[in-house]
Design a protein around this ligand. Structure first.
Ligand SMILES: O=C(O)C(=O)C[C@]1(C(=O)O)C=C[C@@H](O)C=C1
Length: 284
């Protein structure tokens, strides 16, 4: 087997997903004209490709404006992967209803898409395809591919995927809110050198408590407040150890190169079970 070229990008495939679009946008920002894109069937496999050095970069969705955090990505960062975040990119997400070229709405017996695609079009489906069962598939592009070969399946994805697989766009802009956006992280293997520059930086952290006790969250927030650091995001996720046991994802302004960030992190390391730095990267 030949090794992948070092600048390859692993992404949730097949071609035509929003991850594909985000990977191309990152490649452009890195000045890579003809990027090598490696399709993966799941987000965990994108992380594996990067952690095992099969690809230099990976692209993973982190959060959607309508549905919130992409939990598969957060769990990989917290519990499986040692990858580092090198950058972020926000995409506008405008979904289409995708059908077989000869199908009409009467032919449709199931609507397939990625769980996020289905969730982001809930209202449209309720109003226009009420009672038609939905099935989840690995990605929106996968749903376009299925729709292209089966009159009874409608997919939800972008117009590029519809075109790529020879399907028809039956309706555009079917997402429940026009401001629908998803943010993506560019990841590299632990210790990867920074690849994007900018004037303002952000640092993402995964914080694990020693024990659940009164004031634990207040203590974390206080360390950032004492150091004069602005928080941009805080999210909790179950530790998967016991019901009601949580860890926290925190995004702060600044970089690990900044003295005040180093001070806050050193103080937190004394009080927490683990402070996992997921990466410092320029704000888009
Ligand atoms: O299925 C795709 O096209 C994807 O890239 C996945 C994904 C996601 O993980 O949220 C990406 C962006 C949109 O929010 C919908 C789906």
């Amino acid at each position: 087997m030949t090794a992948e070229p070092p600048s390859a990008f692993a992404y949730l495939g097949p071609a035509g997903t929003y991850h594909d679009e985000a990977a191309r946008a990152f490649a452009k920002r890195l000045g890579i004209d003809d990027p090598q894109l490696i399709e993966c069937p799941s987000l965990s496999e994108v992380f594996d490709c990067v952690d095992r050095g099969k690809c230099e970069y990976g692209v993973v969705a982190t959060e959607n404006a309508l549905e919130g955090p992409v939990t598969a990505t957060l769990d990989n960062f917290a519990f499986r992967s040692s990858a580092t975040i090198l950058g972020e990119h926000v995409l506008d997400i405008h979904h289409c209803l995708i059908m077989h070229p000869e199908a009409t709405l009467n032919d449709v017996k199931t609507v397939a898409s990625h769980p996020q695609g289905l969730a982001q079009c809930r209202r449209y489906l309720n109003d226009n395809l009420h009672g038609i069962p939905t099935v989840t598939v690995a990605s929106t592009a996968d749903s376009a591919r299925r729709a292209a070969s089966d009159k009874s399946v409608a997919g939800i994805g972008n117009d590029f995927a519809a075109q790529l697989y020879g399907a028809r766009v039956a309706e555009t802009g079917i997402e429940d809110h026009f401001g629908n956006q998803t943010s993506f992280a560019l990841i590299g293997r632990q210790g990867h050198v920074p690849v994007l520059t900018g004037s303002k930086f952000k640092t993402s952290l995964a914080l694990f408590l020693q024990a659940d006790r009164p004031g634990a969250l207040l203590m974390i927030l206080s360390e950032f407040a004492y150091a004069g650091i602005n928080l941009v995001k805080i999210q909790s996720r179950p530790t998967k150890q016991a019901l009601g046991d949580y860890m926290f994802f925190v995004d702060i302004e600044g970089s690990t190169q900044d003295l005040e960030v180093q001070t806050a992190l050193n103080c937190l390391r004394l009080k927490l079970r683990e402070v996992k730095v997921l990466g410092s990267y320029p704000v888009e």
